[in-house]
Design a protein around this ligand. Structure first.
Ligand code: DX5
Ligand code: ZN
Length: 218
């Protein structure tokens, strides 16, 4: 019922392939790929060529989080590179509907994300076009930040909106997720959990994933 999506942003990039292979031997089902453009967020990270290089080395679901302006421009490239889920930010799209439709047309699952200070109401019209909602629990841009407790309210609001619309769409949370914080988000309705530092900064990543899963049930 609960899925851990380790974020490779916290990997040692000189060993990225090896760490992705090792992640395949854990209880993680997804792998989270943070794409940043230095415009929508201050940081710059990974492009489609990295996704394509990793694809032959992993059977995990490639959960691609696009923190880029006008992501509609890059959907086909990420899909071709091997992304299974493509998530875009509502704040980054001038045409949210067209962007989500393009993701689905590409054959990927469509995710829509909100930053912690975005009113969840803004995504209500787009819910039927989504396969996943990503509620950020830090300001996007960097790994290793502290969990924003106030964002738990956003998870609850999204869950309520989905229930009201009769939609069974998974809620993912991302940012500052640890065994200490994951339970708050699970209780609020999240079922997919991104974790960077709480997996890759630990000595035993398989145990780190198990610790997160165990903490969901608390
Ligand atoms: C932040 C990214 C996150 C980040 C999470 O903008 O979207 O996916 O890698 O890292 P942790 O789990 O360390 O907060
Ligand atoms: Zn992310």
């Amino acid at each position: 019922m609960y899925i851990i999506s380790p974020s490779i942003l916290s990997c040692d990039f000189s060993k990225l392939g090896q760490q992705v292979i090792e992640t395949g031997a854990t209880k993680a089902e997804y792998i989270h790929i943070d794409v940043m453009d230095g415009m929508f967020v201050p940081n710059i990270t990974i492009g489609p060529c990295v996704v394509a290089s990793l694809r032959p080395h992993s059977k995990l679901i490639f959960d691609t989080h696009l923190m880029i302006n006008e992501p509609i421009r890059y959907i086909d490239e990420f899909r071709k590179a091997g992304s299974d889920i493509i998530t875009v930010h509502v704040e980054a799209c001038s045409d949210v509907e067209a962007t989500l439709k393009k993701i689905r047309e590409s054959g990927a699952k469509a995710g829509l994300s909100i930053k912690p200070r975005t009113d969840p109401e803004v995504i209500r019209p787009y819910l039927p076009l989504c396969d996943m909602i990503l509620v950020m629990t830090v300001e996007p841009g960097f790994g290793g930040q502290s969990f924003m407790h106030e964002a738990v309210e956003n998870v609850k609001k999204v869950k309520q909106m989905l229930d009201e619309a009769g939609l069974q769409i998974a809620i993912e949370v991302d940012g500052g997720i640890t065994p200490e914080t994951i339970g708050f988000t699970a209780e609020a309705g999240a079922t997919i959990f991104v974790a960077g530092s709480a997996v890759y900064k630990k000595p035993d990543i398989a145990k780190a994933v198990e610790d997160l899963l165990a903490a969901c049930e608390k």
